[in-house]
Design a protein around this ligand. Sequence first.
Ligand code: XIL
Length: 455
Amino acid sequence: MKYKNLFNILKVLPLFLLIISCEGEEGSNGPIIIPVEKVQAAFNMSISSSDSNVLLLDNKTVGTGEFKSEWDFGQGGALVLDQPGIEEIRFDTDGTFSVRLIVTNDAGLTVDSKTVVVDNSSGGICPNGICASTNSAILKDAATTFFVGNITRASRVNGGGQHTEILKTHFSSITSEYEMKMDVMYPSEGNYDFTAADAIVNFGVDNGINVHGHALIWHNATPDWVKNFSGTNAEFETMVKDYITTTVTRYKGKIASWDVVNEAIDDGSGNPLRSSVFKDKMGDDYIKKCFQWARDADPDVLLFYNDYNMASSPGKRTAMFNIVDDLGDLVDGVGAQMHISYNGPSASNIQAVADGTVSRGLKLHFAELDIRANPNNDQTSLTAARADAQKVKFKEVVKIYNSIPLDNKYALTVWGLKDNESWLIDFWGHIDWPLMFNDDYSKKPAYDGFLEGLE
Ligand code: XIL
């Protein structure tokens, strides 16, 4: 680091001159000594994009005065003086290594150190110390008693590619992420648009993949013309009946289940029904009416009530069970959205959702599973510790689901394939890694967690 040191000497020169010029000044008792400050060692490290066994080390130490930077590459051997530019160091052997940068000046020594994990079977140096899973087990084959679901879009099933191949390989059930909701299927009065829904349903049928319909009625996907409906309440009800009948009839025999009503419960205290145009115009029994119309249109399709925070909020859970109790024979199952975090809700609260559903003799759909690793936005990259905690939670969820009686099983649907496609990033407005596949489609520890939950 010759140039860096020369530069630093030039930087301290004025200080040195200042000390000299202060000597002998009137009233002074000798030279003013400005103490040398320690320089804090710091470096960045990344994996070479052209060779995943090569680590790029970038000395980021800044400070005044003269200092010396030396590397301990963690593979034995003497310290190596830092050179200008980026150091490229090979790591060919499997193991965990500690790379250290040691910076010394007259004030002493500081060290920055980082851990490097190498696993050649998973591709070389593991990014952030997290090695991609090398487990070759197929999710849908490992889960022998229920469907393993994921979401998709018309563009994906039409476009094909790696995303769709992984979907077909590992998942035995699909849910449309947003194209089988009312705002897409019924964009304007009297005009249905099933283009995207048809593509998704046909993809499922053609590939022998179960199709779950999601979601006929959802306040968040209600088209404006419905929200601002200008007719009478009776006309509104006729319109909703027509929409449900038309849609359910269209996919009769092609799809196995529908979320008839999604997220009807309010989050506030007491958990009454959320206010919506459906509740306002059709009354509190709008849920029952919608289920009845769906049942009439296709007596064979399974009908689910779907909602969130079923595990984390005992109040909402009670409200949800009240709704399904009131629906009686009109409902076949409970869809518990599983948008959860690595640190909660607890296993016992998740178990309570399963127990309440099983005790009612209903089917359970663990729907919309994603497990946030960064719920408090305190991480800028997925750490090994969080990846591991997330894996443990995936395992816990799958284990709970896999342990319910066969008759109550239906599907466990994951809400997304790879991390950078998750809806949560937009929804919460910050980075997270809530799914089982990395952005490059490699398998995360969470994937192993899913499989371990089935053991
Ligand atoms: C989300 C989709 O992932 C997004 O692409 C879309 O923009 C909004 O809806 N609860 C649900 C899902 O029931 O339908 C939501 O999906 C996520 C929350």
